[in-house]
Design a protein around this ligand. Structure first.
Ligand code: SAH
Length: 403
């Protein structure tokens, strides 16, 4: 028998562990044998003491342990164990990077890659990590070393400035971990298009890598239109704008509250050789800007809505649903008959089913006939383990406004 601290579950509270769900909530815990520090390796055991899984303990979070292995004899305390997990995740992304037209992607997607709390994003030879749980935080030196040895990047940079760390009582942390300071703007390619990424100050780890596949779908749809006009709401650094122009869009209007994001968006146009004149930037609130565009009788052939997370918990869902409905109403009103809507929600608390109902409600209220012609999720380098449906946070609908 192993000698690690043990978490003994209440009777009949082991079903989720047996189904290999990676989160063990505090309510399932009957008692703890030993005195684990936050981040410590713990054995999860049934009420009668049988081994069920290995996890990392968290003293502060409601998620009392994050589970990652269900074999007792897998040596989960060793560097070899974690090296193998990292290698497996990185190998799965090789095909995506193989032909060189894409040079940035997510290499490790936390729970869904069997390493709870660890995000690793690859931007050419700059690697950005987020340590989001007590377990990986306690092993940060080990992961830093393993990542340097496996990936040989010029830079290993940390962007653990994420709210979820508060739940583990971990302070935000940002800065260089190994190698050279990153350039102010890191240059990457996606499907042959060029983008500048600010890994120090940009959102998430610098870029919305999760929308790569959907940006490609937008380009493919735009190619089939005749030089459409495009409204890109919540544009950030103009990712969808660049793809739209690459697909032959005649003009793009970007809307975002962040002047800095729009400025980098301008640079992204220039480095892909697109005329500045083809793009108009509106710096401001999208809810207001879309109403104003409608008042001025503007219309578009394609509208993209990629708002930030509106719902952070279940209790936010109703308020968030009103926000999604409102912005979708504004977008649908602006579309010409036959126009396309690419509408997204990245709120994990809003299910795909609920999101569809919200878009339905929006179409009904503005009296337009709308069809779904495609469904979207996060890009394939952000996989969702079947044991962890919570990992599927991004959902999108490609719609056509018929009349
Ligand atoms: N589509 C982008 C990612 C969008 S992220 C891409 O593919 O890269 C969401 C963006 O919405 C952020 O850039 C944020 O600055 C912006 N934002 C947040 N609230 C906003 C609001 N009320 N109006 C306009 N933009 C907003």
């Amino acid at each position: 028998m192993n000698t690690h601290p043990r978490i003994i579950l209440h009777t009949r509270r082991e079903a989720s562990v047996r189904r290999r769900h990676p989160w063990l909530f505090s309510g399932a815990v009957a008692r703890i044998e030993g005195q684990p520090q936050s981040g410590a390796l713990v054995a999860i055991c049934s009420a009668d003491g049988a081994f069920l899984a290995w996890g990392h303990y968290s003293a502060a979070s409601q998620i009392r342990a994050r589970l990652f292995a269900w074999e007792e004899n897998c040596a989960p305390e060793t560097a070899d164990f974690w090296r193998a997990r990292l290698e497996r995740a990185v190998a799965a992304r090789k095909p995506l990077l193989a032909d060189g037209t894409t040079t940035a992607c997510r290499l490790v997607n936390a729970e869904s890659d069997g390493i709870p709390g660890l995000i690793v994003d690859w931007y050419g030879d700059v690697v950005v990590v987020q340590y989001l749980s007590a377990g990986v935080e306690a092993r940060r030196e080990l992961f830093n070393e393993l990542l340097m040895a496996l990936l040989h990047p010029a830079t290993l940079y940390e962007r653990s400035d994420v709210d979820v760390r508060e739940k583990e009582r971990l302070a935000p942390r940002v800065g260089l971990l190994a190698g050279a300071e990153p350039p102010e703007v890191v240059e990457i390619r996606e499907h042959g298009l060029r983008f500048g990424v600010d890994v120090r100050h940009g959102h998430k780890t610098g870029f919305y890598l999760d929308q790569r596949d959907n940006r490609a779908r937008l380009r493919a749809a735009v190619v089939q239109c005749h030089a459409p006009t495009v409204l890109n709401a919540f544009a950030y650094t103009g990712g969808f704008a660049v793809y739209a122009l690459a697909g032959g869009a005649a003009a793009v209007t970007n809307v975002d509250t962040s002047a800095e994001a729009l400025r980098l968006g301008r640079e992204n146009l220039a480095c892909n050789g697109f005329a500045e004149a083809a793009v108009e930037d509106i710096e401001g609130d999208a809810f207001t800007a879309l109403r104003e565009l409608h008042r001025q009788k503007h219309a578009f052939d394609v509208v993209i809505l990629d708002p930030p997370k509106f719902a952070f918990t279940q209790s936010d869902v109703q308020r968030a649903a009103r926000g999604y409905k409102d912005i979708n109403m504004q977008a649908i009103r602006l579309l010409r008959p036959g126009g396309l809507l690419f509408t997204f929600s990245c709120s994990g608390a809003i299910s795909a089913d609920l999101f569809q109902k919200i878009v339905f409600g929006a179409a009904l209220d503005v009296k337009r006939d709308v069809q779904i012609i495609g469904r979207m999720m996060q890009s394939s380098d952000h996989p969702v383990a079947l044991t962890f449906p919570e990992g599927e946070y991004l959902k999108g609908l490609m719609c056509r406004v018929v009349g």
